[in-house]
Design a protein around this ligand. Structure first.
Ligand code: URP
Ligand code: ZN
Ligand code: ZN
Length: 464
């Protein structure tokens, strides 16, 4: 669909500039201070900001988690995403134990295709490493899956240090990247047993079973493993001051370490686990919500450019049916929080409007950095000629309060319930096609698979 967006302000990590944007055949054709209409559709973006479509590189849709299954599938999850301004998600396709990566890719393709409201790609989560699986890594790459994930915790998912080393080396050889869930799985097991032995069963004991050191130890070990393998690595959902400090120190030594955090670690603090009755189960996620001191360290890390991306780790479970009934045994509560719809407005409100970060940094964290690191740039993550016309027309004047009832998430609660928010995705274009108009979803199934290329290690161009 051809379109001219007039009178907006284009936001990119390099700066903000008033510009018109011409879209032709789903791509951006021109970005210029003044473009004349030539018979195409027109959007007047006076007073609006134009962001490159936001990319959320951390979602878990339509996923089994032990006895549970996530509330959001690709239909509801991507509908919520695009309503918030996210035009591409990278979800975690997960290998079954004993299964092959190709089977997981086929399974996730089936879950997403034909029902996604925004574009999507997959990281491949490796849970069972052997020679046959190693041989599949280049095949994944050829099919546009250039990023992978491994877990250092969760007994059903985690790999040994030796396997992680081999995964990192093998993925490094093809120019891909591995994201790692950093918590020491053995210490988590001991921590859970200790809390229970002392009579601690409710959700409030969840964070005590996995204190900061459990994350920091795993990050430290991972950085060592990546150094031995001689490859870049991405640490997902960093939640602690200590973890971020290790990343900073590693980078000072020239290590290629990338860092993600999530809105819940920036905006919630450990007091959520003091909520009465079963309520605290709403906030059970791993790593857990931390202290105000950690929160501040993460915001400082963002302001100082130490954090590369902000993903949501959207992993939604219903409170009434899945969280609350298990609130009496914190280790049985399904782990994860919803948030895919809220991420841009939360970052705009509590980052930009609060004076903690600039609009440019918001564009970097939510769009450009993510697109670069995961091999999609400049197709995604940029408003420039030749890029996909994924554009968020952002209304900076809008204000609202988060209410689970009005979110497209299929959860019966939001961890951000009652949070004041400013700004919203007024209109969203996906490859030039309007998918959100006046804050309402108008197209539900136009999302396509994004075949990605090699990662752009923009931070560390020369890795030893
Ligand atoms: O609690 C969380 N984060 N659940 C989702 C899976 C993961 O660890 O990323
Ligand atoms: Zn994780
Ligand atoms: Zn996750």
């Amino acid at each position: 669909m051809d379109m001219l967006i007039k009178n907006g302000v284009v936001v990119s990590p390099g700066g903000c500039r008033p510009a018109d944007v011409r879209i032709k055949s789903g791509l951006i054709e021109a970005v210029s201070p003044r473009l004349e209409p030539s018979g195409e559709g027109m959007i007047d973006a006076t007073g609006m900001l134009l962001f490159p479509g936001f990319v959320d590189s951390h979602t878990h849709f339509d996923m089994d988690a032990g006895a549970f299954h996530t509330a959001d599938d690709f239909a509801s999850g991507t509908a919520a995403a695009v309503l918030g301004g996210t035009t591409t998600v990278l979800d975690f396709a997960t290998q079954d134990k004993g299964g092959m990566l190709s089977e997981a890719l086929e399974s996730w393709t089936g879950k997403a295709s034909g029902k996604s409201a925004c574009d999507y790609g997959f990281h491949m989560a490796i849970t069972d490493w052997n020679e046959s699986v190693a041989a599949e890594i280049p095949l994944m790459y050829d099919q546009g899956v250039t990023s992978f994930k491994v877990y250092m915790a969760y007994d059903a998912l985690r790999l040994s240090d030796a396997a992680i080393y081999e995964v990192l080396k093998t993925v490094g050889e093809i120019g891909g990247i591995v994201g790692v869930h950093c918590e020491n799985g053995d210490l988590v097991t001991v921590g859970i047993a200790e809390q229970k032995a002392q009579g601690g069963f409710s959700a409030k004991y969840h964070p005590r079973s996995r204190p900061n050191a459990v994350e920091a130890e795993a990050i430290n070990r991972l950085i060592t493993i990546a150094e031995l393998a001689g490859v870049p690595v991405n640490i997902v959902h960093i939640s602690t001051r200590e973890g971020l400090e290790l990343v900073r120190a590693a980078r000072e030594k020239g290590r290629a370490v990338y860092a993600e955090t999530c809105p819940q670690y920036l905006l919630l603090d450990e007091s959520v686990y003091e909520a009465p009755g079963a309520e605290a189960s709403k906030y059970v996620c791993s790593p857990p919500i931390r202290s105000l001191e950690d929160q501040k360290a993460l915001w400082d890390g963002i302001a100082n450019g130490q954090i590369d991306t902000i993903g949501t780790d959207h992993c939604s479970f219903r409170y009434a049916e899945e969280k609350a009934p298990n609130a009496g045994d914190f280790a049985s509560i399904p782990n994860g929080l919803p948030g895919v719809q809220n991420r841009p407005a939360l970052l705009y409100t509590y980052g930009v409007c609060a004076g903690k970060i600039s609009l440019e940094t918001m564009a970097a964290l939510l769009s450009e950095n993510t697109a670069r690191l995961f091999g999609m740039y400049p197709k995604k993550g940029a408003i420039q000629p030749g890029s996909d016309a994924d554009i968020v027309i952002w209304n900076p004047e809008f204000s609202d309060t988060v209410s689970a009832e009005r979110l497209a998430h299929r959860t019966d609660y939001s961890p951000f319930e009652g949070f004041e928010i400013k700004g919203r995705a007024e209109h969203v274009l996906l490859r030039g096609r309007p998918v959100v108009e006046n804050g309402r979803l108008i197209t539900t199934d136009s999302g396509r698979f994004v075949a990605r290329k090699h990662c752009d290690f923009y931070r560390h161009k020369a890795v030893k």
